[in-house]
Design a protein around this ligand. Structure first.
Ligand SMILES: [Zn+2]
Length: 150
């Protein structure tokens, strides 16, 4: 797909772009660099909050973006981007496209544990916190997010 001039211009701007090329149509937002929270300013005016809908199979997703009234450019603030990112992860989960790693369960007589693959530990620190979300009531499916303590 060839990029329009407008797209090329957008990419030069100092924003972080969420791009998901696998995700059908063009999904393009910009996250305000310093702004954790909208509204943003575009064309010398404050962006307005609009509701958008997207669906993926039976999964419907409603979300808000900030939009410039004039150029219609859409911006996501940090919270909106986070939510959208989760939606993309769920889609990948449904399609079974997530990178999956198998580990042996270890037991030291008291505690069950498994080791992280070395390749994934470069950014980890000893003080990090593992936030574990239980996904199924039988305790066999988890979502683990490693968070740095500030
Ligand atoms: Zn604008």
């Amino acid at each position: 797909m060839k990029k329009t001039k407008y797209q090329q211009e957008l990419e030069k701007e100092p924003f972080y772009n969420i791009k998901d090329e696998e995700f059908g149509e063009e999904v393009k937002f910009e996250i305000g660099k310093d702004a954790f929270k909208g509204p943003f300013t575009c064309h010398e005016a404050k962006t307005i909050l609009i509701e958008k809908k997207t669906s993926y199979g039976d999964l419907n997703f409603t979300y808000n973006v900030w939009q410039c009234r004039k150029c219609k450019k859409e911006y996501l603030d940090f919270k909106q981007a986070n939510r959208y990112e989760k939606f993309l992860i769920i889609n990948k989960l449904l399609e079974d496209e997530l990178i999956t790693i198998e580990r042996n369960m270890n037991y030291n007589g008291k505690t069950f544990f498994f080791r992280f693959p070395k390749e994934l530990t470069n950014n980890l620190r000893k003080e990090d916190l593992a936030e574990i979300k239980l996904l199924t009531p039988d305790g066999k499916m988890f979502l683990v997010e490693i968070k740095h303590r500030d």
